[in-house]
Write a protein that binds this ligand. Structure first.
Ligand code: C5P
Length: 248
């Protein structure tokens, strides 16, 4: 790890961005999923505690909705993290939230790691793997193999739940993207600038870097690194946690 040569010839400076401005409509709950409780702790706090186990990260930037900035900052201050944690204003899309946070990343930052606030079971090992590979390769994400057969369809959500299949994508050519995703800061900034110029939106940061024609690599993630999205996901996360605590 830490092979990137910083201009200051010291350890690379690494900033983590956590987009946490989602509305959580798919969850069917009142509060957005990043504020639901996992083992009695708001998911965003849980996620941050896990990510903070990675000592290589120098600073954390959390993008959340305007109404939640103050209360989240107050809650996170209680955690007394040993590194700076800043809460900034998110946007209407995940990409906008990350863009807003990226604008706050200090200029001397070498590497930016982006992690969904709603993936609370991320491990220190996963964060470190992505960081060390990204230092060498420039752009690296976590991903897992697809267990189901993947079909391309004309439209993913047709009224009446019927869609027309246009292709079958060989499973061995598919991975499901997770976070963390880590990038040389200059590359990620360039990708966001290009996306803004073209009016492009992608559902993850890697998508923006790929469309610049730059290589993005994937390392093995884990089923347990789930994204709290649907009803039932919190219960599943509690189950995985219990397994983890039991050493399984
Ligand atoms: O919407 P999705 O489930 O893909 O959200 C992934 C992450 O992006 C979540 O942590 C969510 O809070 C965040 N997000 C955001 N701003 C939005 C929408 C989603 O920060 N406008």
């Amino acid at each position: 790890m830490r092979q990137l040569q910083s201009t200051r010839n010291t350890m690379p400076r690494i900033v983590a961005i956590l987009p946490a401005a989602g509305f959580g409509t798919r969850m069917g709950a009142d509060s957005p999923k990043q504020f639901r409780l996992l083992s009695g702790v708001p998911v965003i706090v849980f996620t941050l505690r896990r990510l903070a186990q990675c000592p290589a990260i120098d600073e954390f930037l959390i993008a959340t909705r305007g109404d939640d900035i103050e209360s989240l900052a107050t809650r996170l201050a209680e955690e007394q993290f040993d590194r700076p944690v800043r809460v900034v204003r998110g946007g209407d899309t995940r990409q906008e939230s990350v863009r807003n946070a990226l604008a706050e990343v200090p200029a001397n930052t070498d590497l930016v790691l982006v992690h969904d606030a709603v993936r609370p079971l991320v491990t220190r090992e996963q964060a470190e793997r992505v960081i060390s590979e990204a230092e060498v390769r420039g752009a690296v994400i976590l991903g897992i193999p697809a267990m189901d057969t993947v079909k391309e369809v004309k439209r993913a959500s047709l009224p009446g739940d019927v869609a027309l299949i246009t292709a079958t994508i060989p499973r061995e050519r598919v991975v499901l993207a997770q976070t963390p995703q880590a990038f040389h800061a200059s590359l990620l900034r360039a990708a966001f600038a290009q996306a803004a110029a073209d009016g492009m939106t992608a559902s993850d940061e890697a998508g923006l870097v790929e469309r610049m024609g730059r290589d993005v690599y994937v390392v093995l993630g884990a089923e347990r690194n789930l994204k709290i999205t649907r009803p039932g996901d919190l219960a599943l996360a509690e189950f995985y946690l219990a397994e983890e605590r039991a050493g399984r």
